[in-house]
Every structure is written in structure tokens, then in C-alpha cells.
Design a protein. Sequence first.
Lengths: 437, 437
Amino acid sequence: MVSRSPEVQTAIPKGVRVLLPEETAKRRYIMAKTLSVFRRWGFQEVVTPTFEYLDVLSVGAGEDQQEKIFKFVDRQTGQLLALRSDLTPQVARMVATSLRHRPLPLRLAYAATVFRYQEPQAGRQREFFQIGVELIGLEQPEADAEMIAMAVESLKELGLGYFQIDVGQVEFFRGLMDAVELGPEVRRKVISAVRRKDASELELLFQAVPGDDRLKECLIALPGLYGGKEVLAKAEGMAFNQRAREALANLRQVYEILAFYGLSDYLIIDLGETYGFEYHSGVVFEAFTKALGYPLSGGGRYDDLIGRFGYPCPATGFAFDLERLLWALEAERVLPAYKGADFLIIDFNPDKRQALRLARLLREKGYSVARDIIKRDLPGSLAYARDASIGRAIVLGTAGCKKDELILKDLLSDREEIHSIEGFSQKVSSGELRWPT
Amino acid sequence: MVSRSPEVQTAIPKGVRVLLPEETAKRRYIMAKTLSVFRRWGFQEVVTPTFEYLDVLSVGAGEDQQEKIFKFVDRQTGQLLALRSDLTPQVARMVATSLRHRPLPLRLAYAATVFRYQEPQAGRQREFFQIGVELIGLEQPEADAEMIAMAVESLKELGLGYFQIDVGQVEFFRGLMDAVELGPEVRRKVISAVRRKDASELELLFQAVPGDDRLKECLIALPGLYGGKEVLAKAEGMAFNQRAREALANLRQVYEILAFYGLSDYLIIDLGETYGFEYHSGVVFEAFTKALGYPLSGGGRYDDLIGRFGYPCPATGFAFDLERLLWALEAERVLPAYKGADFLIIDFNPDKRQALRLARLLREKGYSVARDIIKRDLPGSLAYARDASIGRAIVLGTAGCKKDELILKDLLSDREEIHSIEGFSQKVSSGELRWPT
């Protein structure tokens, strides 16, 4: 077939992607593995709408997050709609409405794309895929530990060799901030500097602020509260008020449960960790791997969010970014190779019955079978099969075999066998066909 | 936890839905079954963007379909974007660009939501789910037959007891229309009347039109060309020109291949079938079931669409409407019952190690296991498990058993057994645990 100039543009908008079969298969593999871990921990999948009233998506989102939301007007109702930018508020609304009469806890999972105006970078497009869970109705540190343990389990299941989980407690930082008086402008700058772990910027900021020198020193030291279990002890001396002390005690409990799970090697305590949406209210965490400079997942406690929909209820959760997981797994080369169909049936007989019967039989046994409908010579069909990553070819009605025979050809090794059609069918029926594995 | 008035609205926009775990599980089941059929026929899943340039989605869409597209402006680029209203143009573009250098045929599948402004009715919301395939690069009637055979296979695999496939050929009707001269207004009315199978309206319309009486009679008789194989013979006498004759011959070939597949019992020939987008160009078909007045799936040949993106290439495809499939299966009560987690571990021991070990072991064996972290009495925990459709409870550290024992409770039959923890663990490890099936 000849090309010609397209009548219409063929471009795709900035920040969205088309996924070809090979790319889709990788993502399906990651999704299936992750959702299977979620399922085994007792989580049940739910689905939320792709668009929502803007108000719902804005709940608990900071100003910068709100700016990233895709908005549009409903032509039929005139209402302001928005593309889903985060699943957690949607699940919170679901809990506060449709699920509010169910006994707690609720263990909910999702796999969905979200949309944010952002420069395509750091493995993230403007439409990107999240796979996450929400554990609703538990205020116990065991619930926070369950989230972190599931994140670890998922990454192990995916075969990731090296990763760590940075665990923080947003209330510790908020406690310290309560103890010092800051104008809104300085406050913003402090939060930003802590996020960037910029101790010298913090030092400059606090020079200009009156107040307790020891407290200020602690805030400046915050980015350094990063490491193993010893960080918890170091932070004891900085827990200036009740809020910070409670946060630290809570973080210690979660750490101890995880140590008990045998997971302490994966944990980094990070009290300068301010990750998260404004709705986060306790232990928060992110998963990192060596190969990438940005987190594979993020999550944490959000005890005040569901209440804003009228049903006060503690909760915690986390989500993986599918694309980043993919990059991390590709960097470690642990993704399985792409496979097309198991068989291509190449049939030169005018009577198609044998080929159809074989295709049906193989499909009944769970094999994937494409039939070569196009007319071409055998080398042409085999080249097609190889290009489509098809594992084996079954050739009927060719010069190399008799009428009641078929050629079974392994397209990787080029090894071939001649079988009687009858005998081959019996092998398939009995489940004996294992060639090649 | 007490309720309070929500600070924010909890409503969801018109025409979109929240799916709770039970509802999601049903849809996941249908998707998995259908995609598994597609996979076994050698189709590979692809993913397209949720939003696109409007031009791409408008290609081959009629005026009424274009009006249904959700449009919005990209705040960053000022370009006009649109939510995906149909997957086929997106796949066509993918074939004409990213996939154009691959040998044909391409067998592509997808499962995705699409968006259309429409009154929520007939099982369809404004956001709804489609599961479909596209078979690219084959002009042979065998390709059309493959699509119809796959639709039948999918519906059988889902357990639907009664259904039929209405098969038409849009070129037959177009051929007849070529042979008669109609103004654009009358033409539109004729198409609409044929679509509604309104023979008396057709009679009225053609009274006012000059031309060959026999031809007009044929057009009026078109809605009656509906039934078994005999319709093909009946239509022979109406095939006035080359276009109509070729269409009929093509339809006959497809019918014969399907009869050869053993599927003729499912087929209804419908030459008044004008289903489809303007891009359809040959055999088209829809699946119907008794319980619903609208089709479960639709599809057909579209040989001119990919060319509009610069790569002329024949193609055919079809898609199921997930929600309608669900309704049909519910009407026949053939969907499996909802199941929550396999096990709830209820642990009254202060030392959690035994419970954690058991949970890990069961999960390694593929069971789904929720742990009851909340503190409540045994009846409370069992009531929770039942409400969450959890199959079995494992109780540790309760009065009814010793320290090294557990109670295994079937929550459906209320039958319970006491096991030693050690013995039970061995049963799980060895794969011997089959209770209850």
C-alpha cells in the first residue's frame, strides 16, 4: 500500500501518549503484579469517574496542585468540570457517600489515569497512570505499617532489586512550626527550603526571625534528620511541644511494627519529609530507587479529608506511578520480554477446515492463535510472524509435508518438527503440548 | 464516627458513575473474559490518550457524532482538545504513524472509557466503557468473518444464553441510493427511515421522487430484507448496480465462511442495517440479546479511515459496550457472585508474629488475606467479615482454642474447625488447603 499525505493532522497533544503493543504489555504486567499484591492483602478495586465537579478534586489540594487541574465547562449543564487529578479525594467522597454505612475498615484499590498540567518530565506526562490503595477507618499505626509493607511487597514482587522507603511524619514539622512565629511569606519559604533539604537557606531565613534559638536550630537541623533508626533518638531532643512529641511517638510505633515485619532494612527515616498533599496528616512515605531521582510512589495518612465530605474517618493510602515503576524496572532489566501470539497458523490448503479446527482447539487450551489470512509465500509469512514476536508457526498444506501432516516451527530456534495433524491435536487436547516452554 | 454536614458538595456530575467493589468486580470479570478471548485470537492490547486534538476524533464521524464530543481548551497551548469519543480513529492514526512500517495484518485490542454528550439512557452514561479490537490490513471476507466469530465466541465465553448477530453491508444500501436521484434533505430522511425500518415513511418519501419504480420499490422493501440466508437470494433481484452487486457478493462470502465456522444459527442478515459511523465501508454487524432493545456491540469494515491519516489500508473491527454486556448478563443471572477477601485473620494475641506469619504464608500461596486491625469483640469481627463478603475467618488467641491452635471458620456455612497452627501452616504450604472450595 502506498503512502499519501494525510488529510488530517496525525499529531498527538503534548503530554499524552500512545502505547504500542510492546509498551502496553509491559504496563499490563506491572499493573497485574501490583494489583495482585493488593488483592492478596484483601483490597478490592473501585472505579471513579474520569471527570468530576472541580470542588471535589480541589478538596485538600494545595494552591499549586489546584492550578494543575484540567478544567472545562459541561456544555449541557453549564457546570464547571475537571479531569481527575488525584484519586484520593474521589475515594474519600465515595466513602463518605455510597460506602458510609458499611462497617470499617474498608480496603479499596484502584488503577486509573490522572491528568495534570505539567511539563512532561521526570517520567510523568500530563496524563499518567496511578495504581493505589486506600485503607479507610483505622487510626492505628498498624494501618500505616500495612501501607508501607504493601509498597515493599509490591516492589519485591515486581523484581526490583534495590529500593528504599523514606518515611516521615508531617505532624513533627508542623509541631515545630507551631512553636515558632513566622509570617506567611517566611513560612512558605521555610516549607520550600525544608522540602529541598536546603539547610543554608533555612539558616538565612531564621537569622531574620526572633524567637528561641534552640528551636530555630532544630528547624535548621531538620533536613539532617535523615537516616536509620538513630534519627528517632536524635529527634527526641527536638520535639518541642505535644504535637511534635506525639508525631515522633507515632512514627516510632510504625517503625517498630515494620521492623517486626522484617522490613527495617528498606526504611529511611526522614523527618524533613514534607511530601504530600495538604490533606496529609501523619506518617507519609515515598519509595525511591537508585536509578531514578524521583519517587516511584507516595502516600500517607489523611485523617481529615473524608470528614470534609461529611463523614469524619481516619484513613491512609498510597499510589504507585506506573510510568516511573516501568523506568525503574527497565533500568534493572527485570521486565519479561514481549511475546506476541503463541502460534501463527499458516495454511496453504484451499479447504480451511483443518486450520480452523486446530485454531479452535489451541484456543480452548488457552493458547493465543493468529491465522495468516493474507496470501503470501511461506518465507513472507514466517518473516511476518517473527516481526510480530509470535513464538511458533504451524504450517499446513505446504510442499514439505503430507496432507495429514503439519510442520511445527519454533521461530526463535528455527527448529522444526513434522507431526500428523491427528497426533498433534491429541497432544494439545491432553495438555501434553509443551514445546517449546 | 459521627456524621456532620459536608463542607463540600458530594454530588457527581450527570452521566458518570462511581463503581463500588461489587460493581467493579463484575466489570473486571467481563473485561477479563473478553480480553482473554481477544488474546487467544492473537490480538494485542494498545492504549490511546484520553484526550486528543479534536481533528483526529472528528475524522469519519458524522455531524451528530461530532456534536457529542466533549471539547476543551488546553490552557498551556491554547489548542482545542477533546475527550476520546471513539477508539477507532485513534487506532487508525496509530496504525498510520507509529505502526506503519510493521508488516500487516495488525491485530490490536483495547479496553477504555469513551465520552459522549448524551442523555444517560439505554445502559449508557456520558462516560462509558468499550472493549474492542481492530484487524488491520486485510481486505478479505475472512477478516470480517473473524470479527463476527470473535464477537460470538466472546458472548459464549461470558455465558450469555441467547444472542444474535445482525449482519449488514452498508455498500448495498449505498449502491441503491446511487441509482436513485435524491436531494440532500430527502436523502437524510430516507437514511433515517431505513435505520428505523419505517417502510410506510419510505413509501411516502418515494412517492414524491421521480425515477425507476422498481428501484423505488426495492428501497421501500429494504427494511424487510431481514432474516436468514434466504434474504441473500431475495436481495439478488434488487442489486441494481455494480456497487450493490459487489456488496451482496461480499456479504454472501462472509456468511458462507461463518456457516463453515458453524455459526450460522447466530446470524441474521439485515440489509437495512445502516449501523455505524460514516467511516464504515462494507460488512457491519451488531450483537443483540432478547433482554435489551439495543446492541451489545457494533462494528464493521472501515477501509477508508486509515488512509485519511496518510496510509491507505483496509481494516475491520468491533467493540462491546461493557455496561450493556453487564445488563445482559445480569438479566440472565450468569455473573459469578461477588467475593471479598478469602480470609480475615482475627487476632487477639498481643504478640502479632503468628498472625503475620500466617498472613504471609497464605498470600504467598495466592490467597487474599485481610487482617482485622481494629479492636472489637469476636462477633463484631465476624459480622464485619460477613458484610465484606469474606469467605473464611481465622481466629487466633480466643477462649475457644489453645495458644498453638487456631479456629478456621467458614462464614457461609458457619462450620468451624480447630487446627494446630503448625499443622494448618503445613497444609497451606503443601497446597493441601482446599477448605471450603
